[in-house]
Design a protein around this ligand. Structure first.
Ligand code: GLA
Length: 543
C-alpha cells in the first residue's frame, strides 16, 4: 500500500524518468560543425580548423587541420563539456599519434595546444630552434612557446576556402604503382638549379600578381642574369578539379597559361608544386590518382619545373613504396614530352639519394624544412656531408631553399648560408621577397664569385673536411684544378683561425682570392690565417 511519501517518491521517479533523457542530451553538447582558431604567432598568421561531428552518446568524429596537415579524428569522446580525441599527425612522413584535450566554454571550443605539438624526430630543428641542452632547465621546447597554451576556436569558415576538404582515407580508390625501372635522365640541371620559390616568405598566401612582380624583380635586380631563372610557385595555387578531373588553379591564379607566357617573356621559367598524396602539406588538392592528367595540364600551361612533395602520401603508402610513387610521376612528366626539372621532396627518407636519379629526379630534399634560424640552416647543410658522393651534374642533394633576406639571421649568418650552399652544390632557390632587396641581401644573392662556386661545371659536392673547436672547414673541388675553401665559425665570438694546406691535402703556394671581400690575397705558402666573425665565414678560391 502506498503511503503519501511513497506516492511522492513514485511521482518523483516518474518525473525523473521523463526528464532524464533530456538531461543526458543537455550534457552532450552538439558540437557538429566547423570551428576555426586563428592565431598570430612568431610563425605567422595561421589557422587551425576543427571539423567536428558529435552524436548524442558522446561520440566525436571529424578531422583536424593543424600545422601538419589534415588528420582524421580518432577515439573522440565528449564528456560533459570536456572533449578528448587523438590524431595521427604526419610530421614529414613520421606518423605520430597525439592525444588532444579541449572543452566547450560558451560558444568557444578551447583546445590545449600541447596535443598539437609533435615530438620532433632526431635531427629535426623545429621553428624557434632546438630544445635546450639537457640540464639547462625544464620548460616547454622553444617550438611550444610559439603557440598559445590554449587555442580558442569559434564556429566559422576557414580561409582560404580553396583548401580541399578532409579525405576519407579508407574509401580512397587504389592507385597502381609501376614496376621499378630506371628512367633515362632528362638532361636538365647540369648545374644546381637556381631560381626563386614562394614558400619560405609567402607560405600559401601566393597569387598571380605577386609571381609576376617577383619575375619583374628578378630581371630588374640582375638576379635572372646571375642565373636565377626558375620562378617556382609552391603550395597554395590549387583549386578544385573540373568534371574531367582537370585540376584548376584557385582564383588567386586566374590564368596559369597567361602567367607562364608572361614569365617566359621575361626569359624566366615557371615551376609548380604538388603531392603524390590526395592532399598537399598545406591541405590543398594533391595529384593522387591524377598523375598523368596533372602532368599533361602543367605541360599545357608551359610549366618547366615540378616540386613533388610527399605530404599526405604517407597516409596511403609506406616508405618502401616511395621510389615507385615518384617513378609514377617521373613517367607521367616524360610522357608529356615537355622538359621539366623534377624536384623530389620527401625530406631525405628511404635513402632517396640511391634512387632519385632513377625516377628522373634532378634534385631531392635531404632534410626536414629549413627555418630562418642558425641551428636549422646549419643542421640542414651539415646533413649533406654523408650524401656528397650522390651529387653530380643532373641530380643534386637539396638541403632546402634559401632564407637569405627573410630577417631571421644576421648578414654574417646569411653569408655563411650562401657560402655553404655554394660549397655543397645545393640548389640556389631564393626564398625572400625579391621585390624588396636590402643592400646586404642584394650583395649576398648577387655575389657572382660565390655563385660561380655553386655552379662549377665539375659538379662535385664539397665536404666538411676538418673541425677545429668551433671552426668547420669545408672544401670543394672545382674545375681546372681549383678549390673552394669555406672556414665557418660556429662560435658566438670572433675567432682566429690558422689552416695548413698540408692538413687539407692541398699543395703548397696556393694563390687565394677572398670571395666576400672580392680581393686577391696573393700566394699563401702553407695555409690561411685570419679572423672569422661569430657565425661568419671566410670563403676562398684556391688555385
Ligand atoms: C612541406 C615542404 C615545404 C613546403 C610545404 C608546403 O613542408 O617541405 O618546402 O613545400 O610543404 O605546404
Amino acid at each position: 500500500m502506498r503511503t503519501g511519501f511513497g506516492h511522492f517518491v513514485a511521482i518523483l521517479l516518474a518525473a525523473l524518468a521523463f526528464i532524464a533523457p533530456a538531461l543526458v542530451t543537455a550534457a552532450v553538447p552538439d558540437v557538429t560543425g566547423t570551428w576555426v582558431a586563428r592565431i598570430n604567432s612568431p610563425l605567422g598568421e595561421m589557422e587551425f580548423v576543427f571539423r567536428l561531428r558529435s552524436d548524442a552518446n558522446g561520440g566525436l568524429g571529424g578531422s583536424v587541420n593543424s600545422l601538419f596537415g589534415d588528420a582524421p579524428i580518432l577515439e573522440g569522446r565528449i564528456n560533459g563539456n570536456d572533449i578528448e580525441f587523438s590524431i595521427d599527425m604526419d610530421l614529414f612522413g613520421n606518423i605520430q599519434r597525439r592525444a588532444i584535450k579541449g572543452r566547450i566554454v560558451g560558444d568557444e571550443l578551447q583546445i590545449e595546444s600541447a596535443g598539437l605539438m609533435p615530438t620532433p624526430p632526431p635531427g629535426m630543428v623545429m621553428p624557434g630552434g632546438p630544445p635546450a641542452a639537457p640540464g639547462a632547465g625544464a620548460g616547454p621546447p622553444p617550438f611550444a612557446k610559439l603557440l598559445p597554451g590554449t587555442l580558442t576556436a569559434r564556429r566559422g569558415t576557414p580561409t582560404p576556402s580553396y583548401r580541399a576538404g578532409p579525405v576519407d582515407y579508407k574509401a580512397l580508390p587504389k592507385v597502381e604503382l609501376p614496376a621499378l625501372k630506371a628512367l633515362p635522365a632528362n638532361k636538365l640541371a647540369r648545374t644546381p638549379p637556381m631560381g626563386w620559390n614562394s614558400w619560405n616568405k609567402f607560405r600559401t598566401g601566393i597569387d598571380d600578381k605577386t609571381v609576376r612582380g617577383i619575375a619583374d624583380a628578378l630581371v630588374e635586380s640582375g638576379m635572372r642574369d646571375a642565373g636565377y631563372i626558375y620562378v617556382n610557385i609552391d603550395d597554395g595555387w590549387q583549386g578544385t578539379r573540373d568534371g574531367n578531373g582537370v585540376l584548376q588553379p584557385n582564383p588567386n591564379f586566374p590564368d596559369m597559361k597567361a602567367l607562364a607566357d608572361y614569365v617566359h617573356s621575361k626569359g624566366l621559367k615557371l615551376g609548380i608544386y604538388s603531392s603524390p598524396g590526395p592532399r598537399t602539406c598545406g591541405g590543398f588538392e594533391g595529384s593522387y590518382g591524377h598523375e598523368e592528367i596533372d602532368a599533361r595540364t602543367w605541360a599545357g600551361w608551359g610549366i618547366d619545373y615540378l616540386k613533388y612533395d610527399w605530404c599526405s602520401a604517407g597516409r596511403v603508402w609506406k616508405d618502401q613504396d616511395m621510389r615507385a610513387v615518384y617513378q609514377r610521376m617521373g613517367e607521367a612528366i616524360r610522357a608529356t614530352g615537355r622538359p621539366m626539372v623534377y624536384s623530389l621532396c620527401q625530406y631525405g627518407r628511404a635513402s632517396v639519394q640511391s634512387w632519385g636519379p632513377l625516377v628522373g629526379g634532378n634534385l631531392w630534399r635531404t632534410t626536414f624544412d629549413i627555418f630562418d634560424n642558425w641551428p636549422s640552416m646549419t643542421g640542414n647543410v651539415n646533413a649533406q656531408e654523408a650524401l656528397a658522393a650522390s651529387a653530380a651534374p643532373g641530380h643534386w642533394n637539396d638541403p632546402d631553399m634559401l632564407e637569405i633576406g627573410n630577417g631571421g639571421m644576421t648578414a654574417a649568418e646569411y653569408r655563411t648560408h650562401f657560402s655553404l650552399w655554394a660549397i655543397a652544390a645545393a640548389p640556389l632557390i631564393a626564398g625572400n621577397d625579391v621585390r624588396a632587396l636590402d643592400a646586404d641581401t642584394r650583395d649576398i644573392l648577387l655575389n657572382k664569385e660565390v655563385i660561380a662556386v655553386n655552379q662549377d661545371r665539375l659538379g662535385k659536392q664539397g665536404r666538411r673536411v676538418a673541425q677545429q673547436g668551433e671552426i668547420d672547414i669545408w672544401l670543394r673541388k672545382l674545375s681546372g684544378g681549383a678549390h673552394a675553401l669555406a672556414v665557418v665559425n660556429r662560435g658566438n665570438v670572433e675567432a682566429e683561425v690558422a689552416t695548413k694546406w698540408a692538413d687539407l691535402g692541398l699543395p703548397a703556394n696556393l694563390s687565394a682570392r677572398d670571395l666576400w671581400l672580392h680581393r686577391d690575397l696573393g700566394r699563401l705558402a702553407d695555409g690561411y690565417q685570419g679572423r672569422v666573425a661569430a657565425h661568419g665565414v671566410v670563403l676562398l678560391r684556391l688555385k
